[in-house]
Design a protein around this ligand. Structure first.
Ligand SMILES: Cc1cc2nc3c(=O)[nH]c(=O)nc-3n(C[C@H](O)[C@H](O)[C@H](O)COP(=O)(O)OP(=O)(O)OC[C@H]3O[C@@H](n4cnc5c(N)ncnc54)[C@H](O)[C@@H]3O)c2cc1C
Length: 420
């Protein structure tokens, strides 16, 4: 072991997933590391991931699972530290892994396990943790090329470091500590920030009729249109709420909607409630109108999809529940059929950062090297969600935290990515 004073001194700002990984990897590479965390404990957000089970990665991993400027960096970064390295890393810390159709969890199904093993490793490596310590400024030292870290905590004062890694997260779930203050630190060095918007979040819609189906969960295919142009299509479990639409398929394209709404573009979603149905061929409806012609319309729609949805669509088609099927004219029949396959809702806004799982936008990748180092201030690095990258649901955001943390941590300690 080298003498502490001879080692490279690195400050990691933010003790989340990316910050802890960066600190551990920098320490493995021989650096003396200090984590600054504003909360009274590290890794608060990890505890709420994956509904408390922490979906920490995914066997299917490629650049198509990411948005933002960082999507172009993913392949390169993951070549250095990808899913296999992440699994080996957690295995080396004693964590068994559970694979659910490619989605990776700790076998304990407790997010706390992921945090615990990271905390034990941080402790074992002698990484200093300055808790309850909001970093208010990072400055280049006038003499020499070190960085001074300033905090709001008097007892910690100012300290100088050879390198600093900003791993402050974005603006999502600010109750866990990530409120965008990292952007201000990067701006002190002249870094540009791609505007941050909530992602992996629900969409609030104009239609008050959604109240009638609040609480329904059903399989659906959703298509997002921006200014009437189709931009995304996702199938999965839709959750209808009194204010709009939620669930994983909505989360997957919410960041596209968020940027469109920011630009005041017209944003709509059509819902196909029968994505896999034989309804594709007209026979389904022809047979039903014929076979069930004597039935009242409430009974007629029962059994097609969720009943609350069926009754809402009847109403929207201008059909009363008490009417008999044989009394419904061709125009209303066609309208009902169309509504089952494409109910349109208009998106007014996304849910706020408070309810968002991640944040799209962040540090502009055009000012970052392949080792996630600032081109404006060599010695300053970035890791995690603070950068302009966001993944889809399924373990992709934590994988980015592990991979970017690893690359930034090692590079800050002097181990750079190999040239190709
Ligand atoms: C409810 C929820 C569920 C999720 N589920 C999953 C999932 O199952 N799988 C998945 O892959 N992703 C999931 N995510 C996303 C994932 O948790 C994040 O992308 C990831 O944790 C980001 O890690 P990070 O270290 O970059 O940022 P963060 O985890 O946000 O950590 C940043 C840290 O920096 C600290 N900090 C900020 N500013 C300062 C400052 N100025 N001084 C000192 N400290 C500071 C903060 O307090 C915080 O601890 C989920 C997110 C949420 C909110």
């Amino acid at each position: 072991m080298k003498d502490r004073d001879m080692r490279k001194e690195i400050a990691v700002i933010g003790g989340g997933a990316a910050g802890m990984m960066a600190a551990i990897q920098a320490a493995y590479a021989g650096a003396a590391v200090t984590i600054y965390e504003r909360n009274d404990r590290v890794g608060k957000k990890i505890l709420s991931t994956g509904n408390g089970k922490c979906n920490f990665s995914n066997e299917i991993m490629n650049a198509d699972c990411y948005y933002g400027g960082g999507a172009l960096f993913v392949d390169r970064i993951y070549e250095s530290f990808g899913v296999d390295e992440t699994k080996a890393f957690f295995d080396s810390l004693g964590m068994r892994i559970k694979d659910k159709n490619g989605y990776l969890y700790p076998a304990s199904e407790q997010a706390a396990t992921v945090l615990d093993v990271l905390r034990y490793e941080v402790q074992r490596l002698g990484i200093r943790c300055r808790m309850g310590c909001l970093v208010s400024a990072v400055r280049s030292e006038k003499s020499g090329n070190r960085f001074v870290v300033e905090t709001d905590a008097k007892e910690h004062g100012k300290h100088a470091y050879d390198a600093v890694i900003l791993a402050c997260g974005g603006r999502a779930a600010p109750r866990t500590g990530s409120d965008g203050s990292g952007y201000a630190l990067a701006k002190q060095f002249g870094h540009g920030i791609i505007p941050a918007v909530p992602a992996l979040t629900a969409l609030r819609c104009e239609e008050s009729f959604l109240k009638q189906v609040a609480g329904v969960r059903c399989d659906a295919r959703l298509t997002l249109y921006i200014d009437a142009e189709k931009v995304s299509e996702v199938q999965g479990e839709l959750q209808l709420t009194d204010y709009g639409i939620s669930g994983i398929p909505v989360f997957q394209f919410s960041r596209l909607a968020a940027y469109a709404l920011r630009e005041k573009r017209h944003t709509t979603v059509t819902i196909d409630f029968m994505p896999d149905a034989a309804a594709e061929n007209g026979n389904f409806w022809n047979q039903r109108w014929h076979r069930q012609r004597e039935q009242g319309m409430e009974q007629f729609v029962t059994g097609i999809v969720n009943k609350k949805v069926g009754l809402l669509l009847l109403k929207l088609a201008g059909i009363r529940e008490a009417e008999r099927a044989c009394e419904i004219d061709a125009v209303r029949r066609e309208k009902l059929k169309r509504l089952f396959r494409s109910l349109e809702v208009t998106v007014r806004e996304t849910n706020s950062f408070d309810q968002a799982q991640v944040c799209a936008g962040g540090i502009d990748f055009r000012e970052v090297t392949k080792d996630l180092q600032s081109v404006r201030a060599p010695g300053l690095f970035f890791a995690g969600e603070i950068l302009d990258i966001d993944g889809i649901c399924g373990g992709y955001n934590l994988q980015w935290a592990w991979s970017s943390g690893s690359v930034a941590g090692r590079a800050a300690a002097g181990i750079t990515l190999r040239e190709k």
